[in-house]
Write a protein that binds this ligand. Structure first.
Ligand code: 5RP
Length: 243
C-alpha cells in the first residue's frame, strides 16, 4: 500500500515521491504479466523490483506456474525465498529467459546507470546471461543524457584509496559509499562502492572503456546496449523498445 506523508512546508515534495512509488508499483505489476509458465526469470534488485517479485509470487500461487528465479543479490534472494519462489543460481541454468530489473537512470538510447542498491556486479552477470532484459522504472529516471545519478563503481578494497585519488585527479568527484552510520558500504562479495558524481555523461562508451581498463575496478554501473525494453510506470505503462 502507498503511504501519503504530509509535512508542513514540504507537502509538494512528498507528493512527488509518492507518485514515483505508484509508478514503480505499476511498472512492477505490469512486468509480472509478461511471465509465462516454465520460464527461468532473472530477478533484479531494488524497490521497483520488489513490486514485481510480490506480483510474480501472487501469480505463481494463483495460476500454479512453474517458475525458476535467478537472483541478483542476497536481499532479493531473501525476499524471493520468503515468498516461496523457487530459486537457482546463474550457474545452474543454461540461460535465463527474461530478466526484470530496475535502473537508476536511463537515456533515450536506453543506456542505463545501475547499482544504486550496490548489486551491479551480479545484475550485470545475470543480464548478460539472459535472452531478454526489461527494466522497470518511474518516469523521473528517464533523461536525455545520463549522469545525474552518481555512477557506482565496484572496487576491490585493496588499493581503493589510490583508485579514489585517481578518480579525483580525473575530476570525477568520487566518494566512497557509506552506510547511515558512516561505515563503507560493502557489496555481497565484500567489495567497496565508489560513486562518481559526474552530472552528465556525454560519452558513456569511452567512460566504460576507461573504467574497464582501470586495475582494481571490478565492475561499473554503466549498462550499455544491455536492455531490450524499458517499462515506465503509469495507468497505461509505457513500453520503450530498443530497436
Ligand atoms: C540495484 C539497482 C536497482 O535496480 C536500482 O538502484 C533501482 O532501484 P529502485 O528500484 O529502488 O529505484 O541497480 O543495484
Amino acid at each position: 500500500s502507498v503511504k501519503l506523508i504530509y509535512c508542513q512546508g514540504e507537502k509538494e515534495e512528498h507528493i512527488v515521491i509518492d507518485q514515483q512509488i505508484i509508478q514503480k508499483k505499476q511498472a512492477g505489476e505490469f512486468a509480472a504479466t509478461l511471465i509465462t509458465d516454465g520460464m527461468i526469470v532473472g530477478l533484479g534488485t531494488g524497490s521497483t523490483v520488489r513490486f514485481f517479485i510480490e506480483a510474480l509470487a501472487a501469480k505463481i500461487n494463483n495460476e500454479g506456474l512453474n517458475i525458476t528465479g535467478v537472483t541478483t543479490s542476497n536481499k532479493t534472494s531473501s525476499l524471493a525465498k520468503s515468498l516461496g519462489i523457487k530459486l537457482a543460481s546463474v550457474d545452474e541454468v543454461p540461460m535465463i529467459d527474461l530478466t526484470i530489473d530496475g535502473a537508476d537512470e536511463v537515456d533515450h538510447q536506453l543506456n542505463g546507470i545501475k547499482g544504486g542498491g550496490a548489486a551491479l556486479l551480479f545484475e550485470k552477470i545475470v543480464a548478460l546471461n539472459s535472452k531478454k532484459n526489461i527494466w522497470i522504472i518511474d518516469e523521473s529516471k528517464y533523461h536525455e543524457v545520463i549522469g545525474q545519478f552518481p555512477l557506482p563503481v565496484e572496487v576491490v578494497p585493496y588499493g581503493s584509496h589510490h583508485l579514489l585519488k585517481k578518480f579525483l585527479a580525473a575530476d570525477m568527484q568520487p566518494t566512497f559509499r557509506r552506510t547511515a552510520t558512516g561505515e563503507r558500504v560493502t557489496t555481497d562479495v565484500g567489495n567497496y562502492i565508489i560513486d562518481l558524481h559526474l552530472n552528465r555523461i556525454e560519452y558513456p562508451q569511452s567512460l566504460a572503456y576507461f573504467l574497464e581498463q582501470t586495475i582494481g575496478v571490478v565492475e561499473h554501473g554503466l549498462f550499455l546496449k544491455t536492455v531490450d525494453e524499458v517499462i515506465i510506470g503509469g495507468n497505461q505503462p509505457t513500453l520503450i523498445s530498443n530497436t
